[in-house]
Design a binder for this molecule. Structure first.
Ligand code: GAR
Length: 202
């Protein structure tokens, strides 16, 4: 059984989908803590309503990365709560080498585009602006780069002519809520092997 430590900065719909997959018996895991760099984030409220430890960590003095004392704090919290797998679910800071070394090949992220296309912020807006006809979401292992790690699962979403950033992101999120539990279930069942940059399903 996986022991998930979830990191998020937003409303927490992906965290909810994982909790629901666990409850439904589709994912052999438990969520040991939810950590956010945003004090009022919905993901912390969600955790509290599910009786999961919900912890705010001040990320300053940095704005876009998790480093220094804040990173040390997060590593300590994850260890104290017994996490063996770190799940980035809308966590809007870059992960640095300290956390990567503390949980080698055990940090996953979900990204709202078909990587390697459209890494970075507001990927759904990037896809719209580029005139893409198909987008989607990607679950991948995290490495030192921005949204560059080995890809585990992708799900596609058509981009419609009348899509707005909001409507496209909403449809991508529906697929995210299927992709993340699916990827973690593969990990929980020991069915993932990494060969170079490639993830092989066994
Ligand atoms: C999700 O769409 C996720 O893919 C995105 O933030 C949203 C969080 O939603 N993450 C990124 O853009 C990371 N670069 P949630 O708080 O409802 O799970």
């Amino acid at each position: 059984m996986l022991a998930l430590g979830i990191l998020g900065s937003g409303k927490g719909s992906n965290a909810r989908s994982l909790l629901e997959a666990i409850r439904a018996g589709r994912l052999d895991a438990r969520v040991v803590c939810v950590i956010s760099d945003v004090a009022g984030a919905g993901i912390l409220d969600l955790a509290r309503t599910r009786n999961v430890p919900a912890i705010h960590v001040d990320g300053s003095p940095f704005r876009t990365k998790l480093d220094g004392a804040a990173q040390d704090h997060v590593i300590r919290l994850l260890r104290e709560h017994g996490a063996d797998t770190v799940v980035l679910a809308g966590f809007m800071r870059m992960i640095k080498s300290g956390l990567l070394r503390a949980f080698p090949r055990r940090i996953l992220n979900i990204h709202p585009a078909l990587l390697p296309a459209f890494p970075g912020l507001e990927a759904w807006t990037q896809a719209l602006r580029a005139g893409a006809k198909v987008s989607g979401c990607t679950v991948h292992f995290v490495d030192e780069g921005m949204d560059t790690g080995p890809i585990i699962v992708q799900r596609t979403v058509p981009v419609l002519d009348d899509d707005t950033p909001e409507s496209l992101h909403a449809r991508i999120q529906e697929q995210e809520h299927l992709a993340y539990p699916e990827a973690l279930a593969l990990l929980a069942d020991g069915r993932l092997r990494i060969e170079g940059r490639k993830v092989i399903r066994t």
